[in-house]
Design a binder for this molecule. Structure first.
Ligand code: GLC
Length: 717
């Protein structure tokens, strides 16, 4: 298909139609839509519907075939619809939510989950997924932290890139592969107070050095689309932000990704107060470089008028439409408009045994052991009381799991029973008010109280932010009860965000499981009974209290830093009523094994911009228990033109160590691992001291100082 020639055959109205995305029921009123946003009826006529370019959300192959066939029967140029959907962490086989996936610190399983998601979703004829979400997230009050890869730009970038590669694999034209749409461009995770859709106001240096990095890594991995964020950036809504959509995406990153608004976000430019009417919104969007408009009709209703009035150059429209037609061509849709949609493939591939087995394997690596006073692993002889809202629950899929059916999952109670565990008492009580005296007597007969606590999945996700991040409904009273009965207490957490756990720290062990998907409870059982060794690490800090937020590891030093040596001095950057450090730090995660780090060595102490530094460190498993360890490498740039974080993750390796085994882990660093961006987005670096830190988490590391030579500071002659 020659898309240039096809473009020439289209009228202006037909071109504009290609930039419209509608929910499936516009094509057939019986079809349901799967979108998070509010569904609104749009003032669009039948002609407009059958000129539109893509569909948002589809349920299965027969629906897709029905819509596509009906559309092609009516569309004059037989230009096939593109089908897009939110395949965020699985299709029907549900994997751990992205914040859990990031906790694995194993990029390969991100690739695997994306691969399987693409294979399953493609059976429904889906061509594009609105994933990965690359938004850097530092505020656990934000509901969408659950969909993110946490607070570090490098980790978020690595995982975003692997998801892109997993979806797109060996070419989006091939059946079983999806085009990836990175989102939400940009800095949506910086919504003030963690309140969704709220104002974002970040500096250009924070933008380039923290918030933009993961989107760029995903684009560099070949992502075919970019979705704009709901928020403003520098006062301008991202959906009409020329700096983002042209200067950064096109000029600086040289990307030809198709851009798409978020749901209704172009119309919401009026709510932002940045367009007088929808005609003004359409004008600003096409000038800024927005291609597809999702679920609103500013383009459909006003773009032709703007062009006819000579206010918008038709070249701007042609540029956008050409990108859309090119993507349809790259997807192979002109050759096969029903690509992948197959009821037989659905039966064969969706929720296959193999996929479910991988879901469990991924879950095993995505849980984080936060605390353990030798209570875990349990043994099968112990008498157990299993209590809490997740004791009997199957709801472990988390938000954004449209096609995953929780009734297919097992509850913890079922898994315990399937393994003949001696359960003295089981209850889904959330707090002590829901327990009788008789219940307490039964609990007293147990040796270990396993508390399955957490948040309902609906307390996370889009439009679901919380101002209080403690466990809801006084669940902490169950810990207090078990403590008063002098029991061993194991807390298993099911939640979509870092929580304030300060009121359950009396527990002997805490396992953070987030929402681990279709095989969550079987994985949790294996972890707490030692059939598997926990290996997850936190991708985001857990605050001591909500008042500490934002609290993240890669913070600046400030001019009055609190250090180990000046605690008694008054005039420092600190609170009067809580420590500066989080309750659990980025990179924290325990194992049943114990790992010792030694012999950190580097190829040279003084280096120049062309040097490749080689670091090695020995990691020893001092226990007999085999397990994974995530070796993390951080840097600190002590002197630069802008203040630099006290530490930044730059490399990590997840290794396997048998009992008593020592492994030498090697890293290479070059100037690009040590550089930073100025406020214009130019990469730069300065001579002087750097510290390299290597360890098991962001707080406990072996350190070595090195010096960059040959680059003069401005004050030097
Ligand atoms: C939602 C979300 C976005 C999603 C889109 C389509 O409002 O913000 O992440 O991909 O709409 O469902």
């Amino acid at each position: 298909m020659n898309v240039d020639n096809l473009l020439k055959q289209l009228t202006t109205k037909e071109k504009i139609g290609q930039l419209l995305q509608l929910a499936p029921f516009y094509f057939d009123i019986d079809l349901k839509a799967e979108v998070a946003g509010r569904i609104r009826s749009l003032n669009i006529d039948r002609e407009g519907i059958f000129m539109s370019g893509s569909v948002l959300g589809i349920s299965n192959a027969s629906e897709m075939i029905k819509v596509q066939q009906k559309y092609l029967d009516i569309n004059k140029h037989k230009i096939p619809l593109m089908f897009m959907a939110d395949i965020i962490h699985g299709y029907e086989t549900i994997f751990p939510v992205p914040i859990a996936l990031a906790s694995s610190f194993n990029p390969l399983i991100a690739f695997q989950t994306a691969r399987i998601s693409a294979i399953e979703a493609s059976t429904a004829g889906i061509h594009v997924t609105f994933s990965p979400m690359a938004d850097l997230s530092r505020d656990p009050r934000w509901g969408r932290v659950v969909e993110s890869f946490g607070e570090d730009p490098y980790l978020a970038g690595v995982f975003s890139a692997q998801m892109v590669k997993g979806y797109q694999n060996d070419g989006i034209e091939k059946i079983g592969n999806l085009a990836a749409c990175v989102k939400h461009f940009a800095a949506y995770g910086a919504s003030e107070a963690g309140r969704d859709y709220n104002t974002v106001d970040v500096s250009k240096t924070a933008l380039y050095n923290m918030y933009l990095k993961s989107y760029k890594t995903a684009i560099d991995a070949g992502a075919k689309m970019m979705m704009t964020a709901f928020n403003v950036l520098d006062g301008v809504p991202a959906t009409i932000n020329k700096f983002l959509l042209r200067t950064v995406l096109r000029d600086q990153w040289k990307s030809d990704a198709v851009t798409i608004s978020d749901y209704d976000s172009l119309k919401q430019v009026l709510d932002h107060g940045c367009a007088e009417n929808e005609k003004d919104a359409a004008y600003r969007a096409i000038q800024a470089g927005l291609d597809i408009e999702m679920a609103s009709v500013c383009y459909v209703n006003y773009l032709e008028e703007l062009i006819d009035e000579g206010i918008v150059d038709i070249k701007k429209l042609d540029e956008a439409v050409l990108r859309v037609l090119q993507l349809k061509k790259d997807l192979g849709l002109f050759e096969d408009s029903f690509k992948g949609a197959s009821i037989d493939r659905e039966k064969e591939l969706v929720r296959s045994k193999e996929h479910l087995k991988i879901s469990k394997k991924v879950a095993l690596e995505s849980a984080v052991l936060l605390k353990n006073e030798q209570t875990l692993p349990l043994n099968k002889k112990q008498k157990i009381a299993l209590i809490g809202p997740y004791a009997k629950s199957k709801s472990t899929n988390g938000p954004w799991s449209w096609h995953g059916k929780i009734e297919h999952n097992l509850s913890l109670e079922e898994v315990f029973n399937n393994n003949d565990i001696n359960l003295t008492f089981v209850s889904d009580a959330e707090n002590i008010d829901q327990l009788s005296q008789q219940n307490i007597t039964q609990i007293e007969a147990s040796e270990v109280v396993v508390l399955a606590l957490g948040e309902d999945a609906r307390l996370s996700g889009e439009a679901h932010s919380r101002s209080d991040i403690k466990l809801p409904n006084h669940q902490d009273t169950l810990v207090k009860l078990a403590r008063s009965l002098n029991k061993e207490i194991v807390v298993i957490l099911f939640n979509g965000r870092p929580l304030d756990l300060s009121n359950i720290m009396d527990s002997n062990a805490i396992l953070e499981t987030w929402f681990l998907g279709s095989r969550a409870t079987e994985a949790i059982f294996d972890l707490i009974y030692g059939h598997a060794n926990p290996s997850g690490k936190l991708p985001m800090s857990f605050p001591r209290t909500v008042g500490q937020i934002p609290v993240y590891y890669n913070h600046l030093n400030t001019g009055r830093p609190l250090t180990d040596n000046n605690q008694n001095y008054e005039y420092l950057s600190r609170f009067l009523d809580v420590e500066n450090t989080p309750l659990f730090s980025f990179g924290h995660g325990l194992s049943y094994a114990s790992f010792k780090y030694s012999d950190l060595e580097i190829s040279q102490i003084e280096f120049d911009v062309d040097t490749t530094l080689r670091l090695s460190i020995n990691v020893t498993n001092e226990s007999q228990i085999p397990g994974h360890e995530v070796v993390q490498l951080y840097i600190r740039d002590h002197v630069a033109k802008i203040s630099r974080p006290v530490k930044e993750l730059k490399k990590f390796k997840k290794i396997w160590l048998e009992g008593k085994q020592t492994q030498t882990v090697v890293f290479e660093l070059d100037i690009h691992d040590l550089s930073y961006f100025d406020s214009n987005g130019n990469e730069t670096y300065d001579s002087g001291k750097f510290t390299i830190m290597v360890g098991s988490n962001s707080q406990e590391t072996l350190n070595i100082d090195i010096w960059l030579k040959g680059v003069k500071h401005d004050y030097q002659k």
